[in-house]
Design a protein. Structure first.
Length: 116
């Protein structure tokens, strides 16, 4: 897990707040193939852009951690895209909470094949 800088946090939070005002068409909503949950805010935007870059028809993604349990592997010469998530953590000796970010990699379903 990578530690984020103040600038990175401000950038991410600004983008997240902007995403509250954007509605993607249902056909462009990006979904996790295993959990069937929609990705959130900036991750949606990142995945829409990556889907277009790949010229992929699939809007489904699998995380690196989910590959094995899904019986899938990454095709040769393919690479994933990094997304992020955050958790709220209590600040010691305070009523405040701070966001801590972590990063993970996902692959479009069309970048994957059945594992042998």
């Amino acid at each position: 897990m990578k530690n984020t800088t103040t600038v990175e946090r401000l950038y991410i939070e600004t983008l997240e707040n902007s995403m509250n005002h954007i509605q993607l068409p249902a056909s462009q909503v990006q979904v996790n193939h295993v959990s069937k949950r929609n990705y959130k805010k900036v991750n949606q935007l990142i995945l829409v852009a990556r889907q277009a870059e790949l010229k992929s028809k699939s809007n489904e993604w699998v995380s690196k951690d989910q590959l094995e349990e899904s019986g899938l592997k990454v095709k040769e010469n393919e690479y994933g895209v990094q997304l992020f998530s955050f958790k709220l953590k209590d600040v010691e000796n305070s009523d405040k909470k701070i966001k801590t970010y972590s990063y993970y990699t996902v692959y479009n379903l069309e970048q994957l094949e059945k594992a042998q």
